[in-house]
Design a protein around this ligand. Structure first.
Ligand code: AMP
Ligand code: MG
Length: 419
């Protein structure tokens, strides 16, 4: 049986970074930039005011104070988006709004709060303002945002390899870019297997269960940036399985759930061996031991033979989700061009005890709480791998190493956070 690390290494060695696509910027959230973005404009385009106030010559304000204001003649008003018409000469000022271009001749902006503006506010008759009292000295450059200080024309604003977050989308918009070239998102085909399964849109006959794996897996694909393609449910027969798998043969990855353990109807491994290659089928972990990894021989849309990465996740709903987090998620991230596949891990004090009976790495569902700047973890309740509500209650997975036979109440434990 191989270790979690060996399994991940093998899977990642088969997950190739996908090709590029050009997307509307808002659709690219979470994707990886596949181009450098150079700016062909200055942002801001002109020197402009960082405050609502008066554009002045700083030299005029020497000696100004509340007791003895310097009075300047107001010759114009300029608002954001308009071009100033007047030039500031000694003894004059231009009323200016935040974002408006600084008029020629002015070298600083005195904000309203540092003038006698409040008096004008009190008496509406004083408009238009013809005279302003400056109440303090200002230095050259005060409250002026320089042209190109955010992004200078010709500079690289965003680099290939960066992950697009809301701030990158904002930068792209500020450059007037409506589209961006990124590494494509993988299409992940998802197939549930099992004669006992019923789709959620059907009534539930006696003895059957609803297929939950399809939906938890599709949600995980979506959360991590992939595009889920739901293939539905395959019966536990070769024919049904192969027919359904073929419907996903042009996807970037195939995920099946169930049919990989030791039961009479667990035929996913056989199909993989027959219709492709199988690289391993057991990992030293709990839950999730029966995890199959291989490649499925398919045909692309253009008629070419291709090998599709196939992860055969265990059928138990918790095992399927835990193995997805550990193996499918990194593969999706790698395909998207990402470099960091780690999830945040914290150290917590265990408020339960966990026994490791057979030398596998255990991932226990825990509720994490922070008290007095220390994390504490307690079990979500019964840990059966069929109890999906244990995932729903969990904040993280507490990790018991293979060589640790017991973690006692009060011991420290590593917890991989889920969100
Ligand atoms: P298997 O590995 O196919 O034997 O499945 C292990 C357990 O997981 C069985 O109890 C199945 O009924 C259950 N199971 C398998 N697939 C699903 C699914 N898609 N949704 C919910 N439970 C499932
Ligand atoms: Mg089954």
């Amino acid at each position: 049986m191989i270790s979690v690390e060996q399994a991940l290494e093998k899977i990642l060695s088969f997950a190739d970074v996908l090709d590029e696509e050009t997307r509307p910027i808002l659709d690219s959230l979470g994707q990886v930039m596949a181009e450098d973005i150079k700016s062909d404009i200055d942002i801001p385009p002109l020197d402009n005011s960082a405050m609502d106030g008066y554009a002045v010559q700083s030299g005029d304000t020497v000696g100004a104070s509340e007791e003895s204001p310097v009075f300047l003649r107001v010759i114009d008003t300029v608002s954001a988006g308009s071009i100033p018409k007047c030039k500031v000469e000694p003894g004059t000022a231009v009323r200016i709004m935040t974002g408006a271009a600084v008029p020629e001749g002015a070298d600083s902006v005195v904000k309203f709060e540092d003038t006698d503006e409040y008096q004008h506010k009190k008496s509406p008759d004083a408009h238009p303002v013809t005279r302003v009292g400056v109440l303090c000295e200002v230095l050259p450059g005060l409250n002026i945002r320089r042209a190109g200080e955010s992004i200078a024309r010709g500079n690289t604003a965003l680099k290939k390899g960066m992950i697009i977050r809301p701030s990158e989308i904002g930068v792209l918009a500020s450059l007037g870019r409506s589209e961006v070239t990124v590494t494509r998102r993988p299409v992940v085909a998802i197939l549930a297997t099992g004669d006992e399964l019923v789709d959620i849109n059907q009534p539930l006959p006696m003895g059957k269960i609803y297929d939950s794996n399809t939906y938890s897996a599709a949600a995980l694909v979506q959360r991590h940036g992939g595009i889920p393609r739901i293939l539905g449910i395959a019966m536990d027969t070769e024919d049904s399985l192969i027919t359904k798998l073929r419907q996903g043969q042009d996807a970037d990855m195939l995920i099946t759930t169930g049919g990989v353990s030791a039961g009479d109807y667990d035929i996913v491994k056989d199909i993989l061996a027959k219709e492709g290659e199988i690289y391993f089928s057991k990992v030293r972990m709990k839950p999730g031991k029966p995890l199959a990894f291989g490649s499925f021989r398919g045909i692309s849309k253009t008629g070419q033979a291709r090998k599709i990465l196939h992860l055969g996740l265990p059928g138990n709903p918790v095992s399927a989700m835990v193995t997805f987090e550990l193996f499918a998620r990194p593969a999706i991230l790698k395909m998207m061009g990402k470099k960091d596949f780690t999830k945040p891990v914290i150290e917590a004090i265990l408020e339960d005890s966990i026994v490791n009976t057979d030398g596998r790495r255990i991932y226990t569902r825990v509720i994490v709480e922070k008290r007095d700047s220390q994390y504490f973890a307690r079990l979500t309740g019964p840990q059966g791998s069929g109890i999906l509500t244990s995932m729903s209650l969990a904040d993280g997975l507490a990790i018991v190493p293979e060589d640790t036979s017991r973690v006692k109440n009060g011991d420290k434990i590593q917890v991989m956070m889920l969100d």
